[in-house]
Structures are given as structure tokens and as C-alpha cells.
Design a protein around this ligand. Structure first.
Ligand code: ZN
Length: 137
């Protein structure tokens, strides 16, 4: 697999508006996009830190993945995402190496990225996302 950089770090929050203010005021970062991803039952907010983004995630449904995460573990870092140049191949390779996948096939994430998650039971507890930006090609 060919990882170019950490694309983003996903952080589960209870209140998106409040946490946007925190990131803007304390770190002087500017939220450049807010987007709802219906599929994932989340509202997301993005900040750029160098080449890497911070993705804040607020659940729109207590039964959604972020709703459940916050109920079990509270707010905090939820996942990290690596940028790869060929997502389909990266997922296939990972599975061949015995890693359990949440997504066997790429699907659409926020910002039009193609994404796939590896299962945290197989990744030493780190929910890991691989993503490919097809817009940049
Ligand atoms: Zn993500």
C-alpha cells in the first residue's frame, strides 16, 4: 500500500457548533466546510492543519456509529485516515494480509472522497480509514 500522508483525524463531539468555536478560538484554525453525511448519520466540520485535516463528527442519530461511540467511550479521537493512491487495491491487499475490513468495497465519504474502514479489532484498537481523492487525478 502506498500512503502519502495522514488525510484526516476524526474526532467525535457532542456539539458541533461548540467544538467548532473551540478549534477556531484556541488554535486559530478556520472551519472551511460543514457537511452532513446522511449515510453515516453524522454532521462533519473540517479544519486544515498543514496537509492534514481535522474532521469533527457530531451524530445526527443516537443509533448511528458516532452516537454509539460517544455513548460507550465519550467524546474524543474516533479514527484516523490515510490517503492512498489506489483504494481498491489497498483494501484488497489489507484483506489478503488477514485484516478484517468494515468496507470490502470503497464507498463515498465526506468531501467526495472514496473511503474504506478497517475493523478496529484487527488494527490494535485504531479505527483506520483509507481514502482516495479521485478529484485530484
Ligand atoms: Zn474520516
Amino acid at each position: 500500500m502506498n500512503i502519502s500522508h495522514i488525510e484526516h483525524i476524526g474526532i467525535a463531539v457532542k456539539n458541533l457548533e461548540e467544538s467548532i468555536l473551540y478549534w477556531e478560538k484556541i488554535f486559530g484554525l478556520k472551519c472551511y466546510a460543514v457537511e452532513e453525511v446522511k449515510d453515516q448519520k453524522v454532521k462533519t466540520a473540517f479544519f486544515m492543519v498543514g496537509q492534514t485535516k481535522i474532521e469533527l463528527l457530531e451524530s445526527t442519530d443516537p443509533e448511528g456509529p458516532i452516537g454509539k461511540f460517544i455513548e460507550n467511550k465519550g467524546e474524543g479521537i474516533h479514527h484516523m485516515a490515510f490517503a492512498v493512491n489506489d483504494l481498491e487495491k489497498a483494501l484488497a491487499e489489507t484483506e489478503t494480509n488477514g485484516i478484517r475490513l468494515i468496507d470490502k468495497e470503497p464507498r463515498k465519504g465526506a468531501e467526495g472522497l472514496h473511503i474504506g474502514f478497517l475493523h478496529p479489532k484487527s488494527t490494535y484498537g485504531v479505527l483506520t480509514e483509507l481514502c482516495e481523492d479521485k478529484n485530484q487525478k
